[in-house]
Design a protein around this ligand. Sequence first.
Ligand code: ADP
Length: 495
Amino acid sequence: MNILLATSEAVPFAKTGGLADVCGALPIELVRLGHQPAIILPAYRQVGGCGLPIESMGIDFIVPIGSKMVTGHLLRTMIPGIQVPVYLVQQDQYFDREQLYHTDGKDYADNCERFVFFSRAVLEAIRLLDLQVDVLHANDWQTGLVPAYLRIEYHSVPRYQRIASLFTIHNISYQGQFWHWDMLLTGLDWKYFNWRQMEFHGMLNLLKTGMVFADSINTVSPRYAQEIQGSPLGCGLEGVLQYRRDVLSGILNGIDPREWDPATDPHLPAHYNVESVANGKATCKAALQQELGLPPDPRAPLVGLVGRLTDQKGFDLITDVMQRWVQTSDVQWVVLGTGQPKYHKLLETIAERFRQKVAVRLEFSNPLAHRIEAGADIFLMPSRFEPCGLNQLYSLRYGTVPLVRATGGLADTIIGYDAQTSHPAANGFVFHEYSALALSEALRQACDAYGRGEIWPRLIDVGMRQDWSWARSARQYVELYQKTIERGHNRGLTT
Ligand code: ADP
C-alpha cells in the first residue's frame, strides 16, 4: 500500500509533542511490513537542524489563499537508514519562524492561513510529484482540511478518485478554531459552513472538518476513542464522533525502540537491560542526582516528570502535592518541561526554596528526558486526560515505575499494583479521581512499595518485558488503512 502521511510535525524534523513521535516512527514500521509510506510536512526553520541533507526538487507551485495566490516550493529528504521519502513544503513567510505555532505564549495570528496553505500544498504535491497514494493519512487540526479538499475540490480529478483518507486525532482539545471569515481563506463554498460540517458555535473548526470528511477516523488509544464520544473529553465534538462512531477506532501509539532503549541509549551514563537493570539504574540515578544538584542518596525515591507544563498534564495536582511532600518526606523530584507561565513561576519558586529535594528544568531537552527516564524511580503522569501518552511507555522500558491517572492511553497501558490483590500483571500505580488527595495516596502507596524486594523488582520486570514498540501498532494501522480503502470504495472511489 502507498500511504502519504500529512502532518505538521515529525521526528527528527520538527517536534512539539507526541504527534511528531508518531509520524516519525510509524512510517519506518510500515516499510518493514512491506508498504510504501511517505511523509509531507512544512519546511519550518527547525527542519534545517535535523542534520540530514535536504535537496530542492526544483518544483514551485501556486495555490489560492483567499483572494491571494501564494507560491510554495517542494524540498525532499529521507528518513535516515530506511527508504522513506520526506517532502517538505517551503514557504518562508509562513514557516521560517522561531517556533511552530506560537510566540511568547500567543498563537500566530495567521495560523489558519498557514495551514490552509499547507493543506492545499499536500493535495498539489500528489499531482506535481506524481505520487501513488492509496491512503492519505492526515493528522490533527493542522491537516483537517486535507480530507475536505480531497472530497470537495479534487473528487473529479481521476488520480485523486482512488485515494481514501484517514484522519487521526492526537488530541481533541486542540481544534484549530478560527473566526468565521477565515472560511474565505479556505476557498471552500459557504454551504459547507454549517453545524454538520465545518462550523462549530459560529467558528470555523478545522479538526471537526477533518472528522467529517475523512473515510475513517482514529485516535491514539481505544480508551480515548470511547472517552471522546462523551462529555467533557469530547470537548464539544462528541456528537460528531457519536454520529461517525462506525468509522472511529483507537490504536495505541508505540515507541521507537531505536531511540528509546536503555541498552544502547547514547544519552545515558550506563546501559542496562532487564537482567542488569538494578546496577544500571543505580548508576543512572546517581549521575542524574549529580547533574541536577540533588543529594546522591540512593534510597530516596526519585520522582520524574517530563512534558508540557499544562493543566492537561495535571500540573495543578503535581504542584499541590509536591509542596506538601517536600516538607515531610525524603522524596526527590525532577521536572523537565515548558508550558503555562503560571507553572513555570510556581515550580521555580518551589525549586528555589527546596533545592535539596526539587530540581526544575524549564526547557526542551531530549537528552535530559532520556536521562530522567533512566534515572528516576517513579514517573508521574496524573493527567486530566491523556490521548495515549508516550512517557509512561518509555518509563516501562527503562524500568521506571509509572504512576498514572486512569484516563485514555494511561488506562490502556498501566495496570495498578494493589497490596490486597497484588495483580501479577501490575506494572505501575493507578489512581482514578482527579484530586490532589488521590494522587497523594497513590504516591504514598508507590513510596511504600519502593525498595521492597518482593514488590519493586517485579513491577520493573513486568514493565520492561512488555512490547510497546511500533511494530505492534503499525500492524493495526495496516488493517485500518485496508478498511479505509474499502470504505472509500463503498462511497464510490474507483479502483
Ligand atoms: P503530548 O503529545 O501530549 O505532549 P506525549 O506523552 O504523547 O504528550 O508525548 C510528549 C513527547 O514529548 C514525549 O516524547 C516527551 O518525552 C517529549 N517532551 C515533552 N516535553 C519535553 C521536554 N521539555 N523536553 C524533552 N522532551 C519533551
